[in-house]
Structures are given as structure tokens and as C-alpha cells.
Design a protein around this ligand. Structure first.
Ligand code: NAD
Length: 489
């Protein structure tokens, strides 16, 4: 395991970099603070401890953000972009070591962690370029000598909170966007995977982000978010996580009318029509379903297969799921790793048992693997009744739910039946199907004939209860800017 800068990190015997807090340019270890263990989900054993920020730590981070905002907003966007580009280069150089940290602390296979580093670099590069395009507009006038202009300015210091499932990519999305727009950010990554997020922050600091412009803190999530959201210094909240927590944070933000971006959960439907190339769709579906052990907000979950293809699709899906190699993410043979913690594994187990008790057919998996770590077998359920909890609750785990649909109207109705709308997928050769699906499927991101759902240039976000606003794309930067109207006569 290499260190990232100057050997200042403490590396544990397990090869893990001991997490710290980053506040006003200081890297702060646990000292007298409370610290919680970080567990490698492949072994169930602790590999380090993450310090909890005190109220004084949070107030220091807030004061630094307030102090630095007037300076950072005035740094020319081209210069902000140069710093972000340097950070992307550092992230790329340190990528192998950072990928190992992510696999150690949250379990995904090392090859997936390396892909995550690559995507995170691309997103930082996007914002490095996009920073300079935060321009406004001058509409034609209508009051004689009066000229109206619309200018865009950074909203102010932001607070970012995100989940552990993409610990590198979530960090670049939150911090990279805020910095590009000219906003300081206090960022709280998931406590399960702190070292990967800190490694991203270190790239940004080493690239030239001034002390106090970013802070990284950990603690009891509700305590941290209440403290930061109540502060008048914070003007913007960005959260990635579950729908219940998102609703709670929106309510807290309402007290001081702070803007929010909410990337919340989904329950993605996949419509597979009879005219789709079944073997190719099966290969892609199984690969995408079990990526990151299903702990992906856009993970395909409710598969609806048109009647004539249903039985063969179920058999093909189950055979492929059973053939997947499950193991420690550090093992190059591993295709699917453990779930992030026992709580998620137990949650999946309960959802599967409930579905089977209500009449679903278990075609593959449905059990824990081994006695160490938090492994759950790639699972396939078919003929799942509508009253099974898994039909309405996001599993966020390695379970595929297979059911039938009869035709286009039935497929659209089933796909749209939940109050969520993050991602959706469909496979069909028919242009008329494609047109109607494009218009009527209720999802912020809809992929037809592949699972390619996003790229840095396109907005990533949900509709209905899956979220508010978007990240990345031009919309991602806009979320950190306020539009003001100026008239000059
Ligand atoms: P969770 O909402 O409990 O936790 C997600 C993150 O939010 C964690 O890092 C947690 O520490 C933090 N959190 C929890 N309570 C908080 C609070 N009161 N204030 C601030 N932060 C808080 O969910 P989970 O079970 O750990 O993660 C899975 C959920 O996250 C799923 O529902 C999934 O869809 C969602 N998620 C969504 C996206 C997306 O982009 N839409 C991405 C990843 C995860």
C-alpha cells in the first residue's frame, strides 16, 4: 500500500490508511474523540477506526467555509478548473492504491473499484472544463435604455452527505461540483468507507484547493446533518442516500430555506420484449444486476419479461447467477463481493424470505455464504406476488425479481407502478415501442437496449420520490449557482 502525499498517513498492518478528519487544512486523528470501527465486509474484522467530529470541529469547519467563500468565489473559474484537472491527474496516479482502500472498506471487487476511479477522474475533468461556463444571459430589452442581464453566482458554502456505495465517485461528485461552482463544501461521506473519500480530498488539497475551502467530517449522521443544516452559513445541501433520509433532510433544510439536491433511491424496472436478443440481454442483465452486490441506486431490479420469452429468460438468468464467483474483492477471481455490512445482508435476507413465504419461486441463491463477512448469494426470484415487500421496497442488494408482462400498455403500467423514478431500462427492436416508452416511462434516466445510463455530460437524477435536481451534466453545476437579475438604465 502506498501513501498519498508525504507519509503523514498512518497505515495499519491490514494495509489500510487510518481515517482522519479534514478541518481548515488540518488532518486530525481520533485523539480524545470518539471513534468507531471500520469493518472489512469480506472478513467481518475491524481494519481501522474513524474519528467522530465534535460540535467544536463542525463549528471550526463552518467558520473556515464562511471565511474562505468570498475568496474562493473570486478565484477565476479557469483557475478553479486547473486545480480540479490537477486533482484528477493525482487521482489517476494514485488510483490503484485508492481502489484498494475502497475494496478493503466496502467490499466491491478490485476491478470495479478501478473502474470507479476512472469514472471519478472523468467527472472531475468534466467540472474542470464546465467551471468556466457558469455564464448568464442578456435578453433583448423592452424598456428603452434599460438593459437586463441575468448573472449566475455561487450559492454559498454547501454541505454534502453521501452513501458508502461509490466512496470515490460520490466524493468527486459532491466536492468537484461545489468547487467548480465556487462554493466551499463540508462533506460527510458514509462512515463505512471513509478512507477512499479522504483520499479524494487529499488529491484536491495537494492540487491546490486552499485550506478551509473543503472539510471532511464523520460522526453520527443525524447529529452532523442537524448541526450543519441549522447553520445560517450553509446555503446548499446535497445528499445521496435513501428516500426516508432524503425526506428528513428536506424538512430540516426548509427551516432556513436552503436549496437541496437529492439523489435518492430507486427500484429500476427492466422491460424485456419478445423481439429482444435474449442471450445478449441476459448477459448484460446479470452483469449489471450483481455489480457492487446490487448496492447501486440504478441497479436493475424489477425485470418484466414478455410472456413468450418468460420461461427461457428465467432459466437463463438463474443459470448465469449461479455461475458467478462470489468472494473477497481483493481476489482477482471474484466477480461479486460481500454486502457492505451485516445490516444490509440481514435486510436482503428478510426481503427474500418474505417473498418466498408469499409464494415467489426461488430460482437461485436465497442464502448466506460462509461464516466470515457479509456474503449473500446472487439471488433470483420469479413469479413474485405484488404483496411481497420486495415489489415495493428497494432491495439494494443482489436480488433480481422476475415477472411477466403481456404487451406495451401492461409493461408501461407495471414499470410506472411505484412512487420512485430514478432509472429504467427496456429492450426491444420496435421503433414504435421505443417512441412510446421514451415518452411514458417515468424515470429520470431511461436506457433502451443497453444499461448505459449516464455519462459526465448528462444529468444524473431521479423524478417522483427518487429525488430533486441532478448531479453532473450542466444541470449539476447549475445546482450550486443562483441566478440574479440586474437591470441597468
Ligand atoms: P441511508 O440513507 O441510511 O444512508 C446513506 C448515507 O446517508 C450514509 O452514508 C449515511 O451515513 C447517511 N445518512 C443517514 N442518515 C443521515 C442523516 N440523518 N443525515 C445525513 N446523512 C445521513 O441508506 P443506506 O442503507 O446506507 O444506503 C442505501 C440507500 O442509499 C439506498 O436507498 C439507495 O438507493 C440510496 N442511494 C442512492 C443513490 C443515488 O444516487 N440516488 C446512491 C447511493 C445510494
Amino acid at each position: 500500500m502506498t501513501t498519498f502525499q508525504d507519509g503523514a498517513e498512518s497505515v495499519t498492518p491490514a494495509g489500510y490508511v487510518e481515517p482522519q478528519l479534514l478541518i481548515d487544512g488540518d488532518w486530525i486523528g481520533a485523539d480524545a474523540r470518539h471513534a468507531e470501527p471500520i469493518v472489512n465486509p469480506a472478513t467481518g474484522r475491524a481494519i481501522g477506526r474513524v474519528p467522530h467530529a465534535t460540535a467544536q470541529d463542525l463549528d471550526r469547519a463552518l467558520a473556515a467555509a464562511e471565511r474562505e467563500f468570498p475568496k474562493w468565489r473570486k478565484v477565476n473559474p479557469r483557475e478553479r478548473g486547473r486545480i480540479l484537472k490537477r486533482a484528477a491527474d493525482l487521482l489517476h496516479e494514485r488510483g490503484d492504491a485508492i481502489a484498494q482502500l475502497a475494496t478493503l472498506e466496502m467490499g466491491k471487487p478490485l476491478f470495479e473499484s478501478k473502474i470507479e476511479v476512472h469514472v471519478a477522474c472523468e467527472e472531475l475533468e468534466w467540472f474542470a472544463e464546465e467551471a468556466r461556463r457558469s455564464w448568464g444571459r442578456i435578453p433583448p430589452g423592452r424598456f428603452g435604455d434599460t438593459r437586463f442581464s441575468v448573472i449566475k453566482q455561487p450559492v454559498g458554502p454547501a454541505a454534502g452527505f453521501s452513501a458508502w456505495n461509490f466512496p470515490i465517485g460520490n466524493a468527486t461528485r459532491k466536492l468537484g461540483t461545489a468547487l467548480a461552482a465556487g462554493c466551499p463544501m463540508i462533506y460527510k461521506p458514509g462512515e463505512e468507507a471513509p478512507a477512499s473519500a479522504l483520499a479524494v480530498a487529499r488529491c484536491l488539497v495537494d492540487a491546490g484547493v486552499p485550506a478551509g475551502v473543503i472539510a471532511v467530517v464523520f460522526g453520527v449522521p443525524d447529529t452532523i446533518s442537524r448541526h450543519l443544516i441549522a447553520s445560517p452559513i450553509i446555503r446548499k445541501i446535497s445528499f445521496t442516500g435513501s428516500i426516508p433520509v432524503g425526506k428528513h433532510l428536506i424538512k430540516l433544510a426548509a427551516d432556513t430555506v436552503k436549496r437541496t439536491t437529492m439523489e435518492l433511491g430507486g427500484h429500476a424496472p427492466v422491460l424485456v420484449f419478445d423481439d429482444a436478443p435474449q442471450e445478449a440481454v441476459l448477459d448484460q442483465s446479470v452483469q449489471r444486476k450483481y455489480r457492487n452486490a446490487g448496492q447501486v441506486c440504478v441497479s436493475p431490479t424489477r425485470f418484466y419479461i414478455q410472456d413468450a420469452s418468460y420461461d427461457a429468460f428465467c432459466a437463463g438468468f438463474a443459470a448465469r447467477a449461479k455461475a458467478l464467483t462470489v468472494g473477497d474483492g481483493m481476489d482477482p477471481a471474484t466477480v461479486m463481493g460481500p454486502m457492505v455490512h451485516a445490516r444490509r445482508r440481514d435486510g436482503i435476507e428478510a426481503l427474500v424470505q418474505d417473498a418466498v413465504a408469499k409464494g415467489a419461486k426461488l430460482l437461485a441463491g436465497g442464502e448466506r455464504i460462509g461464516n466470515d463477512g457479509f456474503f449473500y448469494a446472487p439471488t433470483v426470484l420469479a413469479d413474485v406476488p405484488g404483496d411481497a415487500r420486495i415489489m415495493t421496497e428497494e432491495p439494494f442488494g443482489p436480488v433480481a425479481v422476475l415477472n411477466r408482462f403481456s404487451g406495451l400498455d401492461d409493461g408501461i403500467a407495471k414499470a410506472n407502478s411505484l412512487p420512485f423514478g430514478l432509472a429504467a431500462y427496456a429492450f426491444t427492436q420496435s421503433l414504435s415501442n421505443i417512441h412510446r416508452l421514451s415518452d411514458e416511462i417515468e424515470a429520470g434516466m431511461f436506457a433502451i437496449n443497453s444499461f448505459n445510463i449516464s455519462m459526465p455530460e448528462t444529468p444524473f437524477g431521479g423524478i417522483k420520490e427518487s429525488g430533486l435536481g441532478s448531479e453532473v451534466g450542466t444541470e449539476g453545476l447549475d445546482a450550486y449557482l443562483v441566478s440574479r437579475t440586474i437591470s441597468v438604465t
